[in-house]
Structures are given as structure tokens and as C-alpha cells.
Ligand binder design. Structure first.
Ligand SMILES: [Ca+2]
Length: 173
């Protein structure tokens, strides 16, 4: 009996420690509270919460605009950024873009470089597509990660509206 209890406790301890290995760094990563926890960096009037069929929320960009969230990271630790984006099938052929980016910043919040970026307008349109940065190690001197996303246009009609959801920036170890 004692052995069984020991094994159960050991199993629970392992389960808890494996859960603790991935830590979500973003505040309101899935836009359930709108975008109050994010910083608008362009065109605040072009964004609004989107009610999903399951009662949850996403974030909708009606034309163009950008958002970011900056969180502390530790040099040498591993991070993974995930997000879902739905870009409709309309829009001009060129002079607009959609992006998801993971940047590293130093302690003075100067940009050091881009760890990973993707252009969702090049993926399949008109459906939710999941993106994943893979494992990214914070370089020497990195003190912050910046998740930057949005829609850009230059005298063009971007695909609209574009929807964003299920963001995640996890510290893996
Ligand atoms: Ca959500």
C-alpha cells in the first residue's frame, strides 16, 4: 500500500513539474478581455473584439493597424510563440501585408533583432491558420520579447477584416 501511495505521489509530482515547464508570458493572450492588455501601435480605431460562435473572443482588424505586447525574458532560455490568424480571401494583389513577429529587445528596450516572423496573407485564406515560431533561444543581452502583429497597406486595399486569436508566448525551460 505504501509503495502504491509513493508511486502515486511521485506521479503527481512529475505531472505538476512538467506542467510548470511551460509558462505563459503574455497577459490576455487570447483577447478574451478585448485588447486592453495589449498596446496599439497604429490605428486604434481599426480594431474591435470579435465574438466567436463558441462564446469566446478574438481580435478583429477592420483595415490596417498594429499591436504589440512586451514581456521580460531571460538570456539563454527557450521561448515559443504561437498564434492563429484568419485572413480573408479579398484584398488587392500587392502593397499590403499581414505579419506576426517575435522580436528581442535589450534592457533599454532597444530592438536587437527579429527571432521569427511570418506573413499570414501568404497562407491559405478564409480560414483560421495556426502559426508556431518553433523553439527560440533569447540571445545574449536580451531582456524583453516583443510580440508584434498587424496589417499594413500602402495605397492598397488589404484583405479585410483580418482576425487574430490564441496567441501564446511560453518560456519552455
Ligand atoms: Ca480567444
Amino acid at each position: 500500500m505504501r509503495n502504491i501511495i509513493t508511486i502515486v505521489i511521485l506521479g503527481l509530482t512529475l505531472a505538476v513539474s512538467s506542467m510548470a515547464e511551460a509558462k505563459e508570458l503574455l497577459v490576455d493572450p487570447s483577447f478574451e478581455e478585448g485588447w486592453d492588455k495589449w498596446t496599439n501601435t497604429y490605428n486604434p480605431n481599426n480594431w474591435s473584439p470579435l465574438d466567436l460562435p463558441d462564446g469566446k473572443k478574438a481580435l478583429r482588424c477592420w483595415w490596417d493597424g498594429s499591436m504589440k505586447q512586451v514581456v521580460p525574458v531571460t538570456t539563454g532560455k527557450t521561448y515559443e510563440f504561437k498564434a492563429s490568424v484568419s485572413v480573408p480571401s479579398n484584398g488587392d494583389k500587392e502593397n499590403w501585408a499581414c505579419w506576426l513577429t517575435l522580436d528581442w529587445y535589450d534592457a533599454n528596450k532597444n530592438k536587437m533583432g527579429t527571432a521569427w516572423t511570418v506573413a499570414p496573407q501568404k497562407s491559405e485564406r478564409g480560414k483560421w491558420v495556426n502559426y508556431n515560431s518553433g523553439k527560440q533561444i533569447a540571445p545574449e543581452g536580451a531582456a524583453f520579447a516583443c510580440i508584434d502583429f498587424g496589417v499594413y497597406q500602402s495605397n492598397a486595399t488589404p484583405a479585410n477584416p483580418t482576425d487574430f486569436d490564441n496567441f501564446s508566448l511560453e518560456e519552455i525551460k
